[in-house]
Design a protein around this ligand. Structure first.
Ligand SMILES: Cc1cc2nc3c(=O)[nH]c(=O)nc-3n(C[C@H](O)[C@H](O)[C@H](O)COP(=O)(O)OP(=O)(O)OC[C@H]3O[C@@H](n4cnc5c(N)ncnc54)[C@H](O)[C@@H]3O)c2cc1C
Length: 544
């Protein structure tokens, strides 16, 4: 037995935050200002193995060069007008103050990158801008004495009478944790990790999101995935070519030497503009080139000597062991960010009482596509709001954690032992995990269409039969993979369905059988929920 029954550990708190990225850490700090009983759990050390740590450090928000009204209209334009306007407005109104305070509190070094965006100056040692943000926040959390469990994998949320009252998790040493909490803030990030080619840290596969769904929360916009140009070169790591700004003279060309922007965009545009404002169109251009057998490269011959030392994106290349300066680099789309997520209101409340969500796990702010730099802003704003709302809620609610019927917790633990029963089979969890990622890469690629979405459904049915035969589990890591895989499978069903339902192209969702944006029928979001144990859906507008 991997998890020992005599090792169940109980924790109790008013506010439990799940996730140690920017959203989770901001929520914990905000909650701690109002209540001392805050716990953060995360499956990796705070800040590490999070998208936040890997971020290029662009933070887009209203400033003296970008008014709140311009911010709202630009975020809605990028989102193809199906964003939740109330969330966009909340970010426009509060982000400047929240960002200013954060910069002061953690001494975040920043510069103004362009009209829209601030940049975090990268940490010299870690060479990543996001690391500066994540490590600064982690230091604050520790300085405030907030309790942290940093090897905690979320297994399930616990409900009593449709109210969230805690969660179950396992740690790397095989301890089963039972956390009793008056409120839970989910900040487990997005689901780009379901794709074989992605630039997220391992484990960002939407587990928190599907647990919220199973607990009764609604999801929205699950079909919208943002892809960006990633290295496609055997000598280099499979990661995003980042961060902007890129110098003049840098070109993106196909193997015939055609300039990709001239070929695929009607207007005069360069890589900076495309990355900042037109990621969906850039993805389609790259995907079409790749599908027609062309390779696409970033070409550096026009970059002058001064710029090689001045631009961080070029400096970063010199850190890769096998990179020869100036050599063209192959690029192709890579899954980067997920616009879909748990439905929240302006107070970060989900449709489940006691359950709040913030950061990439939540949906609605970005609509069909995200403007560059607005993800970190979202984490700061909704992290702050979620932390505050959760602590206020835990003060007002009349939950006595000691009096919650024992059966509620016991049942969840029993479900967990039943899962362990599935771990005597033959399947390698890692092999199945990779197979599923490959399927997602093939069938939910940036270019989708009805026939292949149907074929994918059949593939998934067969896959589920294989999963039902059980796994060969040798250690806690394998067990965590089994937990992740089962949740990932449930999530992929939902993403596939949303892709099939949306019979048009918009933002980060392109259908080759419905290539046009159809505002008359589809200027709305698809909402998904569990009703009487079944997946159901409806659509409505939230941009008004
Ligand atoms: C390479 C890269 C560059 C980017 N650059 C930018 C940029 O410049 N500007 C910008 O605005 N956005 C950028 N983004 C997007 C942005 O970084 C993310 O959207 C944002 O950091 C998400 O923060 P988060 O706190 O919601 O989630 P994350 O930072 O991903 O944190 C999630 C946390 O949850 C934990 N977790 C996940 N699942 C579980 C589980 N089952 N159990 C327990 N813990 C769990 C993880 O360990 C982690 O601590 C970038 C993303 C990437 C990948």
């Amino acid at each position: 037995m991997i998890i020992r029954k005599d090792r169940v550990r109980e924790l109790k708190c008013d506010v439990l935050v799940v996730g140690g990225g920017a959203a989770g850490m901001t929520a914990a700090l905000a909650a701690q200002r109002q209540t001392s009983s805050v716990t953060v759990v995360s499956n990796s050390p705070l800040g590490a193995s999070s998208a936040t740590t890997m971020a290029g450090g662009g933070i887009t928000l209203p400033s003296e060069t970008f008014t709140p009204e311009e911010f709202i209209s630009e975020v809605m334009r990028c989102g193809a007008d199906i964003n939740d306007r109330k969330l966009v407005k909340a970010v426009a109104e509060t982000s400047p103050t929240i960002f200013k305070r954060l910069c002061e509190e953690i001494h975040l070094p920043i510069w103004k990158r362009d009209k829209y965006t601030f940049g975090i100056i990268p940490d010299e040692k870690a060479r990543m801008a996001g690391y500066h943000l994540a490590s600064g926040m982690a230091r604050e959390i520790k300085a405030h004495g907030i309790r942290c469990v940093e090897d905690f994998t979320l297994v399930d949320l616990i409900l009593d009478d449709d109210t969230c009252v805690g969660c179950l998790g396992i740690s790397d040493d095989g301890t089963l944790y039972l956390v009793r909490s008056k409120s839970v803030v989910l900040a487990t990030g997005g689901y780009a990790g379901i794709y074989l080619r992605n630039d997220n840290p391992p484990g960002i596969t939407g587990n928190g999101l599907i647990l919220a769904f199973e607990a009764g929360a609604q999801l929205r916009d699950m079909e919208f995935i943002q892809f960006v140009p990633g290295f496609d070169d055997p000598q280099l790591p499979e990661t995003i070519f980042q961060p902007p700004p890129f110098p003049a003279g840098l070109k993106v060309v196909n193997s015939k030497g055609d300039d990709i922007f001239r070929k695929h965009f009607q207007e005069e545009i360069d890589l900076n503009e495309a990355i900042l404002r037109y990621r969906d169109r850039l993805t389609l251009a790259l995907k079409r080139e790749c599908d027609s057998g062309e390779s696409v490269m970033v070409e550096f011959s026009g970059v002058n000597e001064v710029d090689w030392n001045r631009y961080y994106c070029l400096k970063l290349l010199s850190y890769y062991q096998n990179y020869e300066r100036g050599k063209p680099i192959g690029i192709s789309p890579i899954a980067h960010f997920t616009m879909g997520g748990v439905v929240i209101d302006e107070r970060a409340r989900t449709s489940v009482k006691g359950l709040f969500a913030a950061g990439e796990v939540a949906g609605g702010l970005h609509g069909a596509n995200r403007m560059s730099g607005v993800a970190l802003t979202e984490c700061l704003v909704f992290g702050e709001i979620a932390g505050k709302s959760a602590s206020e809620y835990s003060k007002e609610c009349d939950i006595n954690l000691d009096k919650i019927c024992e059966g509620v917790y016991e049942d969840k633990i029993a479900d967990f032992w039943a899962l362990e029963g599935l771990t005597n089979g033959k399947n390698s969890p890692l092999a199945l995990y990779k197979r599923l990622q490959r399927y997602v890469w093939t069938y939910l690629s940036p270019i989708r269409e009805a026939t292949s979405l149907k074929q994918f459904k059949t593939k998934l049915e067969q896959f589920k039969k294989d999963v039902a035969e059980g796994f060969r589990v040798e250690d806690v890591r394998d067990l965590k993979r089994v937990i992740r895989l089962r949740k990932m499978l449930a999530l992929i069903d939902i993403v596939r369905l949303a892709c099939e339902l949306r019979e048009e192209s918009r933002g980060g969702h392109y259908r080759s059988d419905y290539p046009a944006q159809n505002d008359e029928d589809w200027r709305k979001s698809i909402f998904l929920e569990k009703k009487e144990g079944k997946l159901s859906h409806y659509s409505r507008r939230t941009d008004l």
